[in-house]
Ligand binder design. Structure first.
Ligand SMILES: [Zn+2]
Length: 369
């Protein structure tokens, strides 16, 4: 077993001492002081309005496409934990979603889809499945996304970088930049930021909306020639790729020598969202959506992934959409669209409580070499 320990005060999450102590499981038992943030104010309903309007249609689409993908003959069985490399035969079944089987690594507690589509099936899937891209590139939600999603993340990243290094990052790289919202948010804060993105349609969108040219290279390529970056970020990226640690390793390689930081946001296993979706596993469109969340991290497996890339935890941020998920699922299963309308005022407060209790479905970790 490779289990980190987390020490916090018994007084709950107080703003006066927002630090957690994380102790590594290796022989050194090294302890890291990790600055913690609990919760992220967000107007969820204005952001995800399109999802509420046709949640039922989305469920049908996601169910049909994923069920077909994960029962196709092109499935490959994962042989080792993608984070700690323990043999997959030592993993344990957690939950099945649309024919995809999430397993738990018994060494590092990482959850991963063990029956994974092969590369050809993935390429075909991404070229045909338009709704995934449209979540991020819908013109209607673009401004809201910059203001409510990307800007708070840029502010958090900036604050943590300054806290650790005592200065602003001179150069930022966002890997898997999507439509460029985070890069644009950094520019609005006066920061020098680049993005790298493989999808041509996302790069086009970024150019049209923000007049920013994203780099088109493969971040893992050995031929990749980049300037040194102080801060490299992955917002909702490494849970989509076969080998997350390789991406963190590549990030460390491109970091500046003296004041580097790597940040990754990932879906988190220990949360209300997982509890709800494990019960209602036939009506979900996000979180335990096995395409593309082929990984769901525990805090332990996320710390292990960073440590395996020689990166030490420095700050953590817990937040999520669990309360929104609960409302949406209730609305769907009661077949009553008014449910969300009736309880929407409660959602932010309930979510803040979940975030404070570390029972939320997203986590961001910032780490340093
Ligand atoms: Zn593992």
């Amino acid at each position: 077993m490779s289990i980190w320990k987390r020490t916090t005060s018994l007084s709950g999450q107080c703003s006066t001492e927002p630090f957690e102590m994380w102790e590594s499981p290796d022989k050194s038992r090294k302890t890291f002081t990790v600055h913690a943030t609990y919760g992220k104010p967000i107007d969820i309903l204005s952001l995800k309005l399109d999802v509420l309007e046709d949640f039922r249609a989305q469920v049908e689409h996601v169910k049909k496409t994923r069920s077909a993908l994960f029962s196709s003959p092109e499935i490959e069985i994962v042989q080792a934990c993608p984070i700690c490399n323990a043999p997959a035969e030592q993993s344990r079944f957690s939950v099945q979603i649309y024919n995809a089987r999430y397993h738990e690594c018994l060494s590092c507690t990482h959850r991963f889809v063990i029956n994974r589509p092969g590369q050809r099936a993935l390429d075909r899937f991404y070229s045909e499945d338009a709704p995934i891209a449209s979540t991020y590139t819908d013109r209607r939600t673009s401004e809201t996304r910059v203001k409510q999603v990307a800007t708070p993340k840029a502010q958090w990243a900036l604050a943590e970088f300054e806290r650790v290094h005592g200065t602003k990052p001179e150069r930022i790289l966002d890997v898997g930049a999507g439509g460029g919202h985070f890069v644009y948010a950094c520019h609005l804060l006066g920061l020098n930021a680049d993005g790298i993105e493989l999808s041509e349609s996302s790069r086009d969108y970024c150019k049209r909306h923000f007049e920013i040219d994203l780099r088109a290279e493969d971040f893992l390529s050995n031929d990749l020639s980049l300037p040194e970056y102080d801060l490299i970020t992955f917002w909702g990226v490494i849970e989509h790729v076969a080998e997350p640690v390789q991406f963190l390793n590549a990030a460390r390689k491109h970091l500046s020598q003296h004041k580097g930081m790597v940040i990754a946001e990932v879906p988190r296993w220990e949360c209300l969202g997982t509890a709800i979706q494990s019960q209602w596993n036939d009506s979900l469109v996000r979180h335990l959506n096995p395409m593309g969340h082929i990984h769901i991290f525990s805090d332990n497996s996320l710390a292990t992934a960073f440590a395996n890339a020689s990166l030490a935890p420095a700050a953590v941020w817990y937040f999520g959409m669990d309360a929104y998920e609960w409302a949406t699922q209730m609305s769907y299963h009661l077949d009553d669209p008014s449910v969300v309308e009736k309880i929407k005022e409660l959602i932010p407060g309930v979510q803040q409580s979940l975030d404070s209790a570390r029972f939320s479905d997203e986590v961001v970790l910032a780490a340093i070499p």
